[in-house]
Structures are given as structure tokens and as C-alpha cells.
Write a protein that binds this ligand. Structure first.
Ligand SMILES: Cc1cc2nc3c(=O)[nH]c(=O)nc-3n(C[C@H](O)[C@H](O)[C@H](O)COP(=O)(O)OP(=O)(O)OC[C@H]3O[C@@H](n4cnc5c(N)ncnc54)[C@H](O)[C@@H]3O)c2cc1C
Length: 359
């Protein structure tokens, strides 16, 4: 069994920023990510980010990832990094089990920061398991990380920011986006993204869902159907699209199964994306010295994951006895930044979610 003071699970923006703050406070830590590349979702984001200048707005997601990874690698004396290593078990005595190089490694640690991000929500419909039906994360990984087009003719299901941005990226890659369908009566994402797509001739159909996919070896067609105000399918409104790919972008849910496994008290809060750990004002779960930040604590954006990561890193290290020399000043600054971010268009929902969580 290895012994560590602080284990950070997840090398997305939240985990990277927590690690940076730990190192600045003089605290050693082990940063673990199951991916071969650090950066979390940012490594798939080729678009310029929205948000606040302080969290790299107008910079491409992949460039934000490089900057955050560089910040961490500057502290190689204090931050140990395990890439391509998956945490498969967390236990309430703070033992962490990691699958690394096909071996299980056990670590006893004093504190844990869970920054595991989110997983995609799925939709159940007839033949939803046909090849060619992807989640938006897979589509982005194929296109933007590996340079592979997922298909030539696609329908996007979901008009949140992810659905809209990925539709635009598909068009840039030369894929024909035949339609974007949205179950709710309103487009979910920013108007600026929707308007850009409409100017390019993409139809966005609200109150509409996917009824079934048709195909033998892979998806060949899909059938969509309109929904009434009670979200019931309106028979007779079906439309058929010939496609070789379908992209499902119906939202994200916090990846918290490890924290559940450990025995943290959890609560289902729909505004935060699903089941989340109950935390106090210090991002600490019901188990002492086990912290959570970023999308794992509630679905927001990279900007808030960055700020939460910094704050959680500062708080966790202070509890371990390593207080950053500028602790008070930095906490004040980050508190102000997170409040400003939550004053934005999607902030109301997050604030309501946090109120329901009681944190
Ligand atoms: C299409 C799209 C567009 C977006 N656009 C914007 C935007 O313009 N502005 C903005 O602010 N935000 C945007 N976001 C949101 C942003 O990318 C996320 O909110 C942010 O990445 C969350 O950061 P995180 O560190 O919490 O999680 P993630 O980035 O998801 O990182 C989590 C990390 O944890 C690792 N991990 C998970 N489980 C384990 C395990 N068991 N063991 C080891 N490692 C594990 C994962 O491999 C991953 O690297 C966008 C997202 C998408 C999909």
C-alpha cells in the first residue's frame, strides 16, 4: 500500500487547478486521470470559450487545457501525475484503488479531491444501440482529437450549448447537419450559437424527439415525432431523415459513483444535473477531508470548474496544515469570481440547485 497526503482524482480544469493551488501552498499531491492526456473535456473543445476573461474567455478549450497543464507541470517537485490510470474504488477509510498498467494499486491518503467531471445522459428509443448513434462527447473526441468524421449526414438530438456547438463543429468538418431536434419548446443553448446555425441553413425543430432508428448493420434512417405540451408524442407528426449518424446531446450528469461507493451522503438535485454529494461551504462532503469540485459537484462550465478547483485546492491544503501565503486574498478573489459567473444567464438554475443541496 502506498501512502500519500492528497490524492486528486481527475485532471480536467477542476483537478488541474486544485493541484496547482496545492503545490503553491507547498502541499505534495498525486493527480490521477484515466485519460492519456490531461485536460478533461477541454481537449476536445476547438471553439473559443465564452465566459469571463479571468477564466480564458475567447481562448480555444484545447489552448486552455495546455495552459493549465503547463501550470501543473511547473510544479513537478510537488505534483506527481498518473495518466492512463483509473480510480476504480474509494473506501471510507480513504483508501483509493487505482487500475494502472493492468495492475491494481492501493493508496492510503489523508485527503481526496474528487474532480471526476460528468458523464453523458442517454436516451432510450427503438434501436438506440445501432452503430452510428453517438453521444456528443464521442463525436467531439472522434473529430477533434482523432480527426475522424463520425458520418456524412447527421441529425443532432438536443439544442443545449453542447448540441449547438458540436453541430457547428460537424459542419466545419464537412458533415451535413440535417436537423437539430429539441424536446423542449425552447432552444436550450445561447441564442448566438443557434442564430449562427440558422444563418447556415440548419433547421432547429423544438417540441420534437427521436422516435426510432432504422438500419441493419448501422443506422440508415431515423424517425422523429412532435411532442405536445405534456411531452406526449403526437401520432401522425412523424418525419423520416436518411442519416448515417445521430448525435445525442441531451445533457450531462455528475460522475459521482466513486463518492457514493465511499459512503458520502448524496442528494438528487435536477438543477445540478443529478445525484451529487452533499457538501458544506468548503466543498467538503459528509466524509471529513473528502472534497469535490467542478462538474462532479454539479454541472456548470469550465470557468466555474477552474475557480472551484482553485478554491478546493486552497481549502483542502489548509486542512492538511499547509496554508497558502495568500490564502485570504485568493479566497476572496475566487469567491467574487464564482459569484460573478453565477450572475450569468445559467447562474439562476445553479444557485437554486445549490440552495436545494443546502451547501
Ligand atoms: C461541447 C462542449 C462545449 C463547452 N463549452 C464551454 C464553454 O464555452 N465555456 C465553458 O466555460 N465551459 C464549456 N464546456 C463545459 C466544460 O468543458 C466543463 O464544464 C468542464 O470541462 C468541467 O471540468 P471538470 O474538471 O469538472 O471535468 P472534466 O473536464 O470532465 O474532467 C474530469 C476528468 O476526470 C477524469 N476522470 C473521471 N473519472 C475518473 C476515474 N475514475 N479515474 C481517473 N480519472 C477520472 C476524466 O478522464 C477527466 O479528464 C463545454 C463542454 C462541452 C462538452
Amino acid at each position: 500500500m502506498l501512502n500519500k497526503d492528497l490524492v486528486i482524482i481527475g485532471g480536467g480544469p477542476a483537478g488541474l487547478c486544485a493541484a496547482k493551488m496545492a503545490a503553491e501552498a507547498g502541499q505534495s499531491c498525486l493527480l490521477i486521470d484515466r485519460n492519456r492526456l490531461l485536460g478533461g473535456q477541454l481537449i476536445k473543445q476547438t471553439h473559443m470559450f465564452f465566459g469571463s476573461e479571468k477564466q480564458f474567455a475567447k481562448t480555444r478549450g484545447i489552448d486552455i487545457a495546455s495552459k493549465l497543464v503547463d501550470d501543473v507541470k511547473k510544479h513537478s517537485d510537488l505534483i506527481e501525475i498518473w495518466e492512463d490510470a483509473t480510480v476504480v474504488g474509494l473506501y471510507n477509510d480513504k483508501v483509493v484503488t487505482v487500475l494502472k498498467n493492468e495492475q491494481y494499486v492501493k493508496i492510503q491518503t489523508k485527503a481526496i479531491i474528487a474532480a471526476t467531471g460528468a458523464s453523458e445522459k442517454v436516451l432510450a428509443f427503438e434501436n438506440s444501440d445501432l452503430p452510428g448513434i453517438y453521444g456528443a462527447g464521442a463525436v467531439q473526441t472522434l473529430m477533434n482529437v482523432y480527426g475522424v468524421k463520425p458520418g456524412n449526414q447527421i441529425v443532432m438530438v438536443g439544442s443545449g450549448n453542447i448540441g449547438l456547438i458540436v453541430s457547428y463543429q460537424l459542419m466545419q468538418a464537412g458533415v451535413k447537419v440535417k436537423s437539430i431536434i429539441e424536446a423542449s419548446p425552447k432552444i436550450g443553448g445561447y441564442k448566438v450559437h443557434a442564430s449562427k446555425l440558422r444563418r447556415l441553413g440548419v433547421d432547429i425543430e423544438t417540441s420534437c424527439t427521436i422516435k426510432k432508428a432504422i438500419g441493419t448493420e448501422a443506422v440508415e434512417k431515423i424517425v422523429t415525432i412532435k411532442l405536445d405540451e405534456n411531452w406526449n408524442m403526437i401520432e401522425g407528426t412523424e418525419k423520416e431523415y436518411e442519416v448515417d449518424a445521430v448525435c445525442i446531446a441531451v445533457g450531462l450528469t455528475p460522475l459521482t459513483n466513486l463518492l457514493s461507493m465511499m459512503g458520502c451522503n448524496m442528494k438528487y438535485v435536477s438543477e445540478l444535473g443529478g445525484l451529487v454529494p452533499i457538501t458544506n461551504h468548503s466543498h467538503e462532503t459528509s466524509i471529513e477531508n473528502v472534497f469535490v469540485c467542478g462538474d462532479a459537484s454539479g454541472i456548470e462550465e469550465a470557468s466555474s470548474a477552474i475557480v472551484e478547483g482553485y478554491m478546493t485546492g486552497l481549502i483542502a491544503c489548509k486542512k492538511l496544515g499547509k496554508t497558502h501565503t495568500r490564502y485570504g486574498e485568493l479566497m476572496e478573489e475566487y469567491n467574487q469570481q464564482i459569484n460573478n459567473l453565477r450572475n450569468g444567464p445559467f447562474g439562476e438554475k445553479i444557485l437554486l440547485g445549490l440552495k436545494k443541496l443546502g451547501g
